[in-house]
Each structure stands twice: as structure tokens, then as C-alpha cells.
Ligand binder design. Structure first.
Ligand code: PLP
Length: 398
């Protein structure tokens, strides 16, 4: 019988984390609503606790530690990313916070990419610093140059590639090679690529985080996070997530599993449509540049081609100089690209971004305002027409 690990990603996404033969022939795994788990004897109860203490987590002990449903989701994403085991959290930010706090103590040094997700930067600045963690930001294009920033107390290097809002690809293998040699743990936010387009662990990363809120669930209706770990990283992350209470609800986990089945198919279409829309935007006089590594000519295109197997539908646009009134005239009346946070659902979205306020390693320079677009699964002719009408409003407001 062919093992799941031997199949291609699209096949894995359909068959991982479910076992109809163990479940009355039912196609999808059951949803377990659970706090209490009953044990037959004191021996059995204490036995399970011993497993928890050693970090083996063999059996199910209590709802907070996860259920059959959680394990199904974890097994599926772990298979797709080629990890040892995974930890499910109540949201993507929870997976980031649990992973960072799993490896950092007072007096340790943390290196973070300057283009990381804003709320993750906020956690580092407002909490980790307060607990005595030293932090240095590095530029996303640093590559092997990161070695110059290593200190004797450097414990963790945090990566996100491409960066939030500005979409620079980082040379992940160049960084993880140096970290492995020094015993520095690497944690990477893989949300943009999803497990379909990039496999962080196969590029030397120890913990790969996905905000399953985004592409994995894919329908803009739930919050969920997952951290896929190597064997060495799993116990610290699992223990920290448990100790911090970052557990997820079973219905959300079940819905994310449904989303996962169509993830490879959706990613293909997101990429195809985003490339069309991004290429069209490049030809617009109102646009200074489009930040999308899948575009030939993007400064990150070569690295993206080398390491990624695809792109998602999320990218940035830098406008030429225009007034706030002009920018708002465009965004206030979009019909398909509705204004809102988050992305990764089936529908298109846009949001104004302010990268300059989130940079400390190197100042952000742009001639005008910036916009982040999520290209959904609508027909691209309709999406382009929506943007074209938006540009007309922008010009009319001058
Ligand atoms: C949204 C997002 C997160 C956080 O996920 P939540 O589920 O919203 O907490 C983390 N990283 C990136 C890159 C994101 O876009």
C-alpha cells in the first residue's frame, strides 16, 4: 500500500488526517466536543498524566490538550509540511506567541525580520521586552549576512517570507544553515505561502507557523493557528501552548479540515488570478510598483522561483503620490475588493497599509500610499473592472 508521504501535495491534502475505515466508513473525521475524558482506573489516569509530563501526549486527557478532531487536523498539516508533529492553537497569533515563548527566557537574544506581521511585532515589543528578551530586527534581504548579528545569547531567529505588507522573500536556507550550526532555533511564519507553496521544514526551519484563519480554512469564518514542528521542537511548543491555554474549538478545527481539502486547487487559482491582476496594475499610471514575488522583474522573483512551488493571491501595491482624499475616493466605493482585515478566503479584499510605521532596521520609502490586495476567486475581468472604476474615482477626486 502506498504511504501518504509518497503522494504529491494535492493528493495528500485530500487524504491526510482522515481514516474512514476507523470511523464506520464515514468520509470525514468526527467532531469531538470534549472537556472531560473518562479513565477506567487510577492506573490508566496516572499513566496518561505521566505521558503528558514526559511530553509524549500519547492519549487524550482533557479537552484543552486536543481531541481526535484536533489530531486529525494536526496530522494532515504535518504531512503536508513534512514535520514530526504539530500544535493547534486558537488563532495564528497564538501559534506565534506559543512558539516564541517556548524557546526564549530572560536574557536571551531574538533576531526578527523587520517585515514581520504587525501584531507579532507588537507581542515582541510589549511582552517579550518586558520579560527581559533582547531583540534585534534584521532586513528581509539579509541572507547569510545575518551571521554578523549573532550574539552569544542568540536563541531564536524568527522569519516570515515573504514579509507582511511588503512581500520581500528572505533566503531561508542561507539563514537556517547558519542557525543549525550554532543550535539557534528558527521559527517561520508560512501563512502567505500556505503548506502548498512552501515547505519551511524542508528548508531547515524548526517550527513552521500557519494562521489557518487564512488560506487553510479559506472561507473567512474562523480563527485558528497551527505550528508544525521538528521532533526536537515539538515538546517545547506543545507544553507552552498547553500551559498558556491556547486551545482551539472543535467545530473550527473541523471546518479548517474541510478547507484544507480544496487548498491546493484554490491556491492555483489565486495565483493565476493574482498574476493577471498584478500585471494589469503594473501598467497603470497611478501605480508606482507592485510587490508580488511571482511577478517576473520583482526583486524577490529569483529567490521565489528557487524555493517556492507557487504563490498565493496576496500582494502589495505602491501608488504614485496622491492625496488622502483621492485614495479614499477609490477605496470607499470598491464593489468586489471590499475593505477589511485578513485574507485567504474565497473573496477579494483590500486594505490600506502603512509599512513605514512598522520598520526599524531600515526606513520604508515610497512615493505615495500603499495598498494590500487579496485576489479572490471571482472572475478577473470583473476584478480588473472594479479597480479601473476605482482609479477613475481617484483621478476625479484630484
Ligand atoms: C493573520 C496573520 C497572522 C495571525 O493569524 P490570526 O489567526 O489572525 O491570529 C499571522 N501571520 C500572518 C502573516 C498573518 O497574516
Amino acid at each position: 500500500m502506498t504511504r501518504l508521504s509518497e503522494y504529491k501535495t494535492a493528493t495528500q491534502a485530500l487524504h491526510a488526517g482522515r481514516d474512514p475505515d476507523a470511523n464506520h466508513g464515514v468520509v470525514n473525521p468526527p467532531v469531538y466536543h470534549c472537556s472531560t475524558v473518562i479513565f477506567k482506573t487510577v492506573d490508566e489516569l496516572l499513566d496518561t498524566r505521566k505521558d503528558r509530563a514526559s511530553g509524549a501526549f500519547v492519549g487524550f486527557t482533557y479537552g484543552r490538550e486536543g481531541t481526535v478532531t484536533t489530531r486529525a487536523f494536526e496530522d494532515a498539516v504535518t504531512l503536508l509540511e513534512g514535520g514530526y508533529r504539530a500544535v493547534t492553537t486558537s488563532c495564528g497569533l497564538g501559534a506565534i506567541c506559543a512558539s516564541l515563548t517556548a524557546f526564549l527566557s530572560a536574557g536571551d537574544h531574538l533576531l526578527i525580520v523587520d517585515s514581520l506581521y504587525g501584531p507579532a511585532r507588537d507581542f515582541c515589543e510589549t511582552f517579550l521586552r518586558r520579560f527581559g528578551v533582547e531583540i534585534t530586527y534584521y532586513t528581509p534581504d539579509i541572507g547569510a549576512g545575518i551571521e554578523a548579528l549573532f550574539q552569544p545569547n542568540t536563541k531564536v531567529v524568527y522569519l516570515e517570507s515573504p514579509g507582511s505588507l511588503t512581500f520581500e522573500i528572505t533566503d531561508v536556507p542561507a539563514i537556517t544553515r547558519l542557525c543549525r550550526a550554532r543550535g539557534i532555533t528558527t521559527i517561520m511564519d508560512n501563512t502567505w505561502a500556505s503548506p502548498v507553496c512552501f515547505k519551511p521544514l524542508s528548508h531547515g526551519v524548526d517550527v513552521s507557523i500557519n494562521a489557518a484563519t487564512k488560506y487553510i480554512s479559506g472561507h473567512s469564518d474562523l480563527m485558528l493557528g497551527i505550528a508544525v514542528c521538528t521532533e526536537d521542537a515539538f515538546i517545547p511548543v506543545k507544553k507552552t501552548a498547553s500551559a498558556s491555554g491556547y486551545c482551539a474549538g472543535p467545530d473550527d478545527v473541523y471546518m479548517a479540515l474541510l478547507g484544507l481539502r480544496t487548498l491546493p486547487l484554490r491556491m492555483k487559482q489565486h495565483q493565476e488570478s493574482a498574476l493577471k491582476v498584478a500585471t494589469w496594475l503594473q501598467g497603470r499610471p497611478e501605480v508606482a510598483r507592485v510587490m508580488y514575488p511571482a511577478l517576473p522583474g520583482d526583486p524577490s522573483h529569483a529567490l521565489w522561483t528557487r524555493d517556492f512551488t507557487g504563490a498565493s493571491g496576496l500582494f502589495g501595491v505602491v501608488f504614485n503620490a496622491c492625496t488622502d482624499t483621492q485614495f479614499a475616493a477609490m477605496l470607499d466605493h470598491m464593489e468586489l475588493f471590499r475593505l477589511g482585515y485578513s485574507w485567504g478566503g474565497y473573496e477579494s479584499l483590500c486594505v490600506p497599509t502603512y509599512p513605514a510605521t512598522l520598520r526599524s532596521a531600515k526606513a520604508w520609502e515610497a512615493p505615495g500610499p500603499s495598498l494590500r490586495l487579496h485576489v479572490g476567486l471571482e472572475d478577473t475581468d470583473d476584478l480588473i473592472a472594479d479597480l479601473e472604476k476605482g482609479f477613475a474615482r481617484l483621478r476625479a477626486a484630484a
